[in-house]
Design a protein around this ligand. Structure first.
Ligand code: G1P
Length: 297
């Protein structure tokens, strides 16, 4: 039996430059998919996996994120007075219990590994999850929950894994697979952002991790990796070198890359179509759009 994973680190210090000008004043994680900010999808997934402590690694200009998780007493009172119970429930479901959420600042943008390392004192000597909110994963069972269950058998470190087209491999951490056992793969090496031709496979790391505190110790070394940044992938790969288990988990679910505009739009369409209150009107509109587009071609 492994120790229960109760803490999750959310690296949210990025500038979100791909979404300028929107991100000039709005943190990327607050941008909405239908009517919920990106970060809410990650929080819901974490809760479904049994996470009770949420650690945000932030930076300057992210105060809207802190406000989002605070209670909104005036708004709650006003909805209450008007008898808008449904909306009140939606609002209250976003409140976080006092003490369940912590914010740590990453003072310099030195890479994902460095961002995670900033949370080391809050993690202590426990296994922990890392969730990258840009990767939104839809499915019947929360991706992190699938991993937490698989981790009960393996221990060690586990990363979410998905096949990507070979020409896209250089945008990801890529796994070199030693053996496969159902959804689980044993990893023998990992490469962050391999140059074309260097990728050992097309099995990519997606932004969900379960890590041991040893990874924090590896990050202490501040080794500079791909792009001159301190890479989380390298600190996990160091565990393989140390003779400890690292696993990939082929999760069930659809992943959207909401760090890219195309991925964000795809997620918007998919989540819009999945909503009972929007489905009919929205799909009718999309069909009309496609018909007009096809007729024009
Ligand atoms: C990060 C990780 C990379 C992983 C990717 C998944 O890269 O460094 O290993 O494959 O997330 O989304 P980023 O997208 O931040 O460049």
């Amino acid at each position: 039996m492994q120790r229960t994973v109760t803490k999750a680190v959310f690296p949210v210090a990025g500038l979100g430059t791909r979404f300028l000008p929107a991100t000039k004043s709005v943190p990327k994680e607050i941008m909405t998919l239908v009517d919920r900010p990106l970060i809410q999808y990650a929080i819901d997934e974490a809760r479904a996996a049994g996470i009770t402590e949420f650690i945000f690694v932030t930076s300057r200009g992210k105060s809207a994120l802190e406000d989002y998780f605070d209670t909104a007493p005036e708004l709650e009172a006003s909805l209450n007075d008007k008898g808008k119970d449904d909306l009140l429930e939606v609002l209250q479901s976003t409140n976080m219990e006092s003490g369940a959420i912590a914010y740590i600042r990453q003072h310099k943008a030195l890479g994902l590994g460095h961002a995670v390392w900033c949370a080391r004192r809050l993690i202590g000597d426990e296994p922990f999850a890392v969730m990258l909110p840009d990767d939104v994963i839809a499915g019947d069972t929360a991706c992190l929950k699938q991993m937490v269950d698989a981790y009960q058998e393996t221990g060690g470190c586990m990363v979410a894994a998905m096949e990507v087209p070979p020409e896209k491999a250089s945008a990801y951490g890529i796994l070199d697979v030693e053996s496969e056992d159902g959804a689980r793969v044993k990893v023998k090496a990992m490469v962050e952002k391999p140059t074309p031709g260097e990728a050992p496979s097309n099995l990519a790391v997606i932004g969900r991790y379960i890590l041991t505190p040893d990874v924090m110790a590896n990050l202490d070394r501040m080794k500079s990796g791909a792009g001159g940044e301190i890479q989380l992938t390298d600190a996990i790969a160091d565990e393989i070198q140390a003779g400890r288990g690292v696993y990939g988990y082929r999760f069930r679910g659809q992943r959207y890359d909401c760090g890219s505009k195309a991925g964000f739009l795809q997620a918007t369409v998919a989540f819009g179509l999945a909503r009972p209150d929007l489905r009919d009107e929205f799909s009718e509109y999309l069909e009309e759009m496609m018909a007009v587009r096809n007729a024009a071609q």
